[in-house]
Design a protein around this ligand. Structure first.
Ligand SMILES: *[C@@H]1O[C@H](CO)[C@@H](O)[C@H](O)[C@H]1NC(C)=O
Ligand SMILES: *[C@@H]1O[C@H](CO)[C@@H](O)[C@H](O)[C@H]1NC(C)=O
Ligand SMILES: *[C@@H]1O[C@H](CO)[C@@H](O)[C@H](O)[C@H]1NC(C)=O
Ligand SMILES: *[C@@H]1O[C@H](CO)[C@@H](O)[C@H](O)[C@H]1NC(C)=O
Length: 390
C-alpha cells in the first residue's frame, strides 16, 4: 500500500514535470502563503535546454561586464519568500502551474508600434524606434495593483527590446515587467513577467519559462511569482528596477531586476534572428488587454488606475530611463516619443526632474463603471520588507 501510494505520487508529480517540458523531480518544493507552489529544479534540468538550438549550451554563470549590478544583496521581495525558505544553490525556482487543464494559450499579443490593427490591446508607452544599434535598457518603475475585472484580460507595465517587423514575420522581442492576469494566475496580484518571441508571436514566444529559451541562473527570483510589495496611492512608491543588457562577451541578452539590480538569467543570442546582434526599438510603458467579452463594461485599469497627468504619488511612472546605443554603455535617455492610442482610457506624459531624469507617467482607469474601487494588495510581509529595506 505504502509503495503503491509512493508510486502514485511519483506518477502525479511526473505529470506536472512533463508539463514543464522536463521529466524531473524537484530538489525541493516551497509552499507560498499565496497558494503558489515553487519547485526548486536543478539548474541543468531547466526547460531552456529542450530548445533544439540549446542542446549543447554551456551556461554563462554571470555577466561579468554587466554595469552596476549587485551580486549578493538581493532582498527577497516575492511573497513565496515569506516562509523564510529559499531554493538551494544550484537550483532555480519554477512556479508550478496548478491547473494543467488550462494550457497557457498563445496570446494574440502584437507589437503596437509595428502593427496598429490589433484588437483589444491598448498601449500607453514611450519609445525610441529605428535606432541603429541598441544593446540594452534600464529603468526604474513602480509596482501597482490595477483592477482587471474580466479574468481573460490583463494589465502590465514592462520594457520591450525589439528588432525586425511584424509584417515580415521576423519581429523578435525580449520583454520584462510586472503583470496582473487572473486567468493565468487565478488572483489579482502583480507578478513578475517575462516574454520573448523570435517570429512575431507566431510559433515561438512564451511567458517566462513556459517554452524553452530563457536560461535562468538565479535561485532567488521566480518568474511568474507574486511581488509582495506594491505602491500605495499618495503613499510610499514601491520601485523595482529592470535591465536587459547584451553581454558583449557571450552575446546573451541578460535580464537583471529587483529592488537591486541582480541578474536573473538570459535569452541566448542563438534563439533569435533579427535580435541576435542588436535591437532597433526600445519601448517602456503599459499595456492592457481589454476585450469586453462579456459586454458588461468590466474595468481594466492601467498602472495605478490614474491618468498620467496626475503625476507623482498618484500615477505610475518609469524613472531614470537609460539605453545602451552603439556600444554597451547605458546612458541617460535624452529624448523619446510617446504613444497612447486610447487617450480616453489610458494616457502617457513626459516629465523631467533631477531625481528621475527625462521620464514619464502612464496609466488610466480604462473603461469606467460606477462602483469600481482601487486595488490594494499590501501584505504584512511587504511592510516588514520595506522596513528592512530602509
Ligand atoms: C483559484 O482560486 C480560488 C479562490 O481562491 C480557489 O478556490 C481555486 O481552487 C483556485 N483554482 C486553482 C486552479 O488554483
Ligand atoms: C505562422 O506559423 C504557421 C505554422 O508554422 C505558418 O504556416 C504561417 O505562415 C506563419 N505565419 C507567419 C505570418 O509567419
Ligand atoms: C462592451 O460591450 C457592450 C456590448 O457589446 C457595449 O455596449 C459596450 O459599449 C462595450 N464597452 C466598451 C467599453 O467597449
Ligand atoms: C559609448 O558611446 C557613448 C556615446 O554614444 C560615449 O559617450 C561613450 O564614451 C562610449 N563608451 C565607450 C566605452 O566607448
Amino acid at each position: 500500500m505504502e509503495i503503491f501510494n509512493s508510486l502514485m505520487m511519483l506518477l502525479i508529480m511526473g505529470q506536472f514535470f512533463i508539463q514543464l517540458g522536463v521529466s524531473v523531480i524537484p530538489v525541493s518544493t516551497i509552499y507560498s502563503p499565496d497558494g503558489d507552489m515553487i519547485d526548486c529544479i536543478n539548474r541543468a534540468d531547466q526547460p531552456a535546454f529542450n530548445h533544439p538550438l540549446l542542446q549543447n549550451h554551456i551556461i554563462q554563470e554571470y555577466p561579468t561586464g554587466m554595469p552596476q549590478i549587485e551580486r549578493d544583496v538581493q532582498k527577497n521581495w516575492q511573497i513565496w519568500h515569506e516562509t523564510g525558505e529559499n531554493c538551494p544553490a544550484g537550483t532555480i525556482p519554477i512556479r508550478r502551474d496548478l491547473d494543467p487543464k488550462v494550457p497557457h494559450k498563445k496570446q494574440p499579443k502584437v507589437h503596437e508600434v509595428t502593427n496598429k490593427a490589433t484588437t483589444g490591446h491598448k498601449y500607453a508607452i514611450a519609445y525610441m524606434q529605428n535606432r541603429q544599434k541598441v544593446y540594452g535598457t534600464r529603468v526604474t518603475l513602480n509596482v501597482w495593483t490595477p483592477i482587471v475585472e474580466s479574468s481573460f484580460d490583463f494589465s502590465l507595465a514592462q520594457i520591450w527590446l525589439a528588432s525586425g517587423s511584424y509584417e515580415t514575420a521576423d519581429l523578435n522581442t525580449v520583454e520584462a515587467g510586472w503583470q496582473v492576469f487572473r486567468s493565468r494566475y487565478n488572483d489579482s496580484q502583480p507578478r513578475l513577467f517575462t516574454y520573448w518571441t523570435a517570429d512575431g508571436y507566431n510559433n515561438t514566444g512564451c511567458y517566462g519559462l513556459d517554452r524553452p529559451g530563457f536560461v535562468q541562473t538565479s535561485s532567488t527570483i521566480a518568474i511568474g511569482a507574486a511581488i509582495g510589495c506594491t505602491s500605495t496611492f499618495v503613499g510610499t512608491p514601491f520601485d523595482m528596477t529592470l535591465q536587459i543588457w547584451k553581454d558583449p562577451f557571450s552575446g546573451h541578452w541578460w535580464l537583471a531586476l529587483g529592488p537591486n539590480i541582480v541578474p536573473i538569467g538570459y535569452w541566448p543570442a542563438t534563439i533569435f534572428t533579427t535580435l541576435s546582434d542588436h535591437a532597433t526599438t526600445v519601448e517602456w510603458g503599459g499595456e492592457v488587454l481589454y476585450r469586453n467579452l462579456s459586454g458588461a463594461n468590466t474595468v481594466a485599469q492601467m498602472g495605478s488606475g490614474e491618468y498620467a497627468d496626475k503625476g507623482y504619488g498618484k500615477a505610475a511612472y518609469f524613472c531614470n530611463l537609460k539605453v545602451a546605443e552603439n556600444n554597451h554603455t547605458l546612458l541617460p535617455v535624452q529624448d523619446f516619443s510617446l504613444r497612447d492610442d486610447y487617450p480616453k482610457y489610458y494616457t502617457v506624459k513626459k516629465s523631467s526632474n533631477r531625481n528621475c531624469g527625462n521620464h514619464f507617467y502612464f496609466g488610466g482607469p480604462g473603461p469606467q463603471r460606477s462602483g469600481a474601487v482601487r486595488g490594494t494588495v499590501v501584505s504584512a510581509f511587504c511592510l516588514v520588507f520595506v522596513f528592512y529595506f530602509i
